[in-house]
Every structure is written in structure tokens, then in C-alpha cells.
Write a protein that binds this ligand. Sequence first.
Ligand code: ZN
Length: 143
Amino acid sequence: MPNREAVVRVLTQDVLGNQRRNGRRQYESMPPSAHHDMLDAAAAIVERAAGAVDWPRLLFEAASPHALLHPDRPAEDDRQYPSPVADLCGDCLREAFLADDTGAQDWTARPASPREHSGTDWPATVAAVLPHRAAASSHPFQN
Ligand SMILES: [Zn+2]
């Protein structure tokens, strides 16, 4: 499954929860149009996030811990998707993507990036703060 679709599905599941479908896989417990709207919204989040990521920085940051922490690990143990980037594995890409250190992270002292929001009910938070939404304006990360 493409990563884009995987993220869209996870975000949609977080927002909508478990919905009931009939035998033809059509939604019965919610309007199908609302489901499509949510898929579009989740895709917009993915596109915004992808536009905000500094990809060269991500590759640079991922190469640092990989060389330091497991230089002997094969690039990727998934034979279907061997890493096209030498000396880089998926774990290091994941940690680099989640890194919050504004400088060069000390990967020996802190080999894992923080994961402090796994219990956050982000759809509920978004719903709660949405009434305070201001008019759209230019944003530094806007594409
Ligand atoms: Zn690695």
C-alpha cells in the first residue's frame, strides 16, 4: 500500500472510528459523501505535511544515526523494497522524521525521537478548537 494511502486511512480511522458498511462495502452508519470528504481532508493533511518536511534534511539526519547506531544493518530487510539509498534503513528515516532537535541530534545519547502524542485524541482536539479558527491567511508553510 502506498504510504500516502496508509496515512490517509489512519487519519480517517482516527476521525471517524469504526463505521458500519453493507455487503457492497458502502457506508450505512454515515453518509458516503462525508466519508469521501474525510478522505480528501486526510489527503490534504498528508500533502501539507509532505510539503513542510525538509527532505534533504531528513535524509541527512537519517544517515547520521544509521552510521552511528547500526552501520552493519542491511539497508532494508524488506526484499520487496530494498533501500535505494546506501547506508540508510527505514528505522533511521522514521527517527529522523520524528526528530525534534533543532540542532544536530546526539544520536548516541538519544537514539530514539520522542513519541509523546500517541494517546492524543487529535480529531477531538481539532473539533474543539475549530470554532476559534480565523480567516485563512498566508502561512509560511503554505504551498
Ligand atoms: Zn539505520
